[in-house]
Design a protein around this ligand. Sequence first.
Ligand code: GDP
Length: 285
Amino acid sequence: MLNANLKIFIAGHRGLAGSAIFRVLKAKGYSNILTRSSSELDLRDHNKTFDFFRQEKPEWVFLAAARVGGIYANSTYPADFILDNLKVQNNVIEASYKYEQGNCFSLVQAAFTLNLLRKPLKEESLLTSPLEPTNEPYAVAKIAGIKLCSAMNRQYGTNFISAMPTNLYGINDNYHKENAHVLPMLIRRFHEAKLAKAPEVIVWGTGNPKREFLCSDDLAEALLLLMEKFNASDVGEIINIGSGKENTISEIAFLIKEAVGYKGDVVFDPSKPDGTPRKLLDVSK
Ligand code: GDP
């Protein structure tokens, strides 16, 4: 463990990833954790973000604040997805360099996957093929963040590590009816259908795409290990964090149906987007 008094700022501590990082840091004995809700500090605002960093001077920063969402949210709010993410990461990353000791994790949800992924996605495949169109604005912003971190490391000797988690689930997930990712959205839909005794539940797409899932607390454990034992120079430009296992959306839907105890039918709606057929990360590193 590093010094228990290390001043750690978690940007986005109420979200799925950020709240897991908060829980795991606390459980490991880190006691000097700084947080701000988005109403207290809008990280899209350059001046407010820089004032905060100037005053607090955190020693480590976890950047888990981002505009994220499922396949529908990405296609409905493409401008918000690119602009908000660029603003937040530019502010937090630059302020981390200026006002603290240049230790920062930037989280990048696995998004920029290849259209036809035949093999698990290695870190080196970043920018080697076209981006998945359903979340291209998000991906473009996040790739800019990765490149910003590695440029800062090269030019200023900072210790900025970009981590790319696979699809996450866990405590504080977003259960929004339209914007959520597949797991929480289907949990909600099957649960509501059970309560309403609805005859069928619609699952988007063909059911054939495969996704890899990771519990958010496992992501937080991996980040803690990186923080305590490794530097950006050990990690390289980016590190994948996943479970190494994948399931089809159809398998996931029937698993949730079973767990919820819903007795009706499952109907796939191929008029809704499938997104990328596969998203498995190579987690050998
Ligand atoms: P992605 O992993 O970035 O594509 O984001 P999502 O978590 O939104 O979607 C994963 C997959 O689940 C896609 O193939 C969707 O078509 C499928 N899916 C099936 N039903 C749903 C649903 O109700 N909501 C969402 N978001 N995705 C669904």
